[in-house]
Write a protein that binds this ligand. Structure first.
Ligand code: DGJ
Length: 434
């Protein structure tokens, strides 16, 4: 009996006309804005407000230098402030300018270029109608360890800096902000020299920490927190502490943000998982498909920090466990793997729009060059196969070209499992406009 074969292929499917969100996938590439310039937003987070996505991140520019006298590789650039980009579809990002500016010549100011401004995250407060930005502000040697906060009347800024604090007297370094469904917001930050991660409930206006906080991890060095919620459980992805160099991520899970958190394993799977695909977590964005998220991370270039890149990958919940994979881009596979998936994403240039006719190309042959049988499961609803019934389960398909009609493109990532009775075959799978 021959075995099930696996097929992995990324497709680009998003609808520009209706400006529905696509599924952005970045595998360590430069992300260009709508002016064709590289997006400069590192340690970033995304706020969705009124149907628009706002991306906030560290502006890294200038020459990278090594802070002398440190026991670790303390590479840095002058604090460049916080950038903002907007997008309707998560694919095309418009530069909205500097959301929070740094300044020069006042070394006592948190926002001076001689300082560190990292990992900005923005949440919207319904009660005050303000946008609230939290960020890690620090000195060159990371001894200051404070949480800075700024507010604005509009998402893109400019933000007014209110100052910084050590929440409940505790150090605050790498951080994120999580706003829950009940509109309570929490600051999640590496504390106690990165030995612990703390969660602190923010005040009702989100601009100050409250006395309600908990130390959710202990005795393991953790940085780069990214929180998401799935089926009433909270998930926290963090990295180890190895400066700008990549390391394996881990995740923790809890029924409540303030704990108890249970440490789990590495959410990254497959080749590259041991280095988080050469990146470090920064944010997890929900999608319309509740079981699929966008895992956002930084591929730091430590000796040339402005040249750091973006890794945005699908995070899929499988039996309550997050799985992050680097999609395979190979057109040809020769493998005895048992099962795999096709990810319909926005990665490929061959982008398609809903309501049009496209030709579905499927070419495949086994190692002897013969056609084979296969089954398709879990088809996305926007793909109608009426005209290609011969592609349905159990039928033998000949390599060739088959028309399909894309009905609508819904946000999220779609997973199609293709099984073959043969293994060791080559294939191509793509959709092109007729
Ligand atoms: C890792 C952190 O996650 C980054 O935000 C930054 O602080 C670097 N360390 C500095 O080495």
């Amino acid at each position: 009996m021959r075995f099930i074969f696996v097929l992995l292929q990324m497709l680009s499917v998003y609808n520009l006309a209706a400006q529905q969100p696509g599924f952005p996938v970045h595998t360590g590439d430069i992300l260009n804005d709508t002016d064709g310039k590289p997006v400069n937003a590192h340690g970033a987070g995304i706020l969705k407000y009124n149907g628009t996505y706002y991306l906030f991140g560290e502006i890294k520019k200038g020459t990278t230098w090594l802070v002398p006298g440190q026991a670790w590789e303390d590479y840095r650039v002058p604090a460049g402030g916080v950038s903002c980009y907007s997008s309707k579809d998560l694919i095309n990002w418009k530069n909205e300018g500097v959301a929070l500016a740094s300044l020069t010549g006042d070394a006592s100011n948190d926002l001076d270029t001689s300082k560190i401004i990292e990992r900005p995250k923005v949440v919207y407060n319904k009660q005050t109608n303000k946008f609230v930005m939290w960020m890690h502000v620090d000195a060159n040697d990371y001894s200051y360890s404070q949480a800075g906060v700024a507010v604005s009347d509009q998402p893109e800024g400019p933000y007014k800096y209110l100052g910084s604090v050590k929440p409940n007297g505790q150090m605050a370094r790498d951080m994120t902000v999580y706003k829950d469904e009940d509109d309570k917001a929490y600051l999640v930050y590496a504390s106690e020299f990165n030995k612990t991660m703390h969660v602190c409930l923010l005040s009702d206006d989100y601009t100050s920490p409250t006395a309600t906080y908990s130390c959710i991890t202990s005795a393991i060095n953790r940085e780069a927190p990214a929180v998401f919620k799935f089926q009433n459980k909270y998930y926290l992805i963090t990295s180890d502490c190895t400066g700008w160099s990549p390391n394996p991520a881990t995740y923790a899970v809890a029924d409540s943000l303030l704990g108890q958190w249970k440490q789990m394993g590495n959410p990254c799977k497959g080749a590259g998982a041991e280095s988080t695909f050469l990146s470090q977590s920064t944010f997890v964005l929900p999608t319309a498909n509740k079981a699929v998220f966008i895992f956002m991370a930084d591929r730091w270039n430590k000796t040339d920090l402005p040249n750091s890149r973006y890794v945005w990958l699908p995070l899929e919940m499988v039996n309550g466990q997050p799985e992050i994979r680097m999609p395979q881009t190979k057109k040809d596979q020769s493998s005895n793997a048992r099962q795999s998936k096709i990810y319909f994403t926005s990665k490929e240039k061959n982008r398609v729009a809903a309501g049009s006719n496209y030709r579905y190309h499927f070419t495949a042959a086994d190692s002897a060059g013969k056609n084979f049988s296969y089954a398709v499961k879990n088809l996305p609803s926007w793909l109608q196969y009426d005209s290609v019934k011969h592609l349905l389960t159990g039928k033998t398909v000949k390599a060739g070209q088959y028309p399909v009609h894309l009905v609508a493109f819904n946000a999220g990532i779609y997973i199609v499992k293709v099984y073959s009775t043969d293994f060791k075959m080559t294939y191509t799978f793509k959709i092109v406009k007729l």
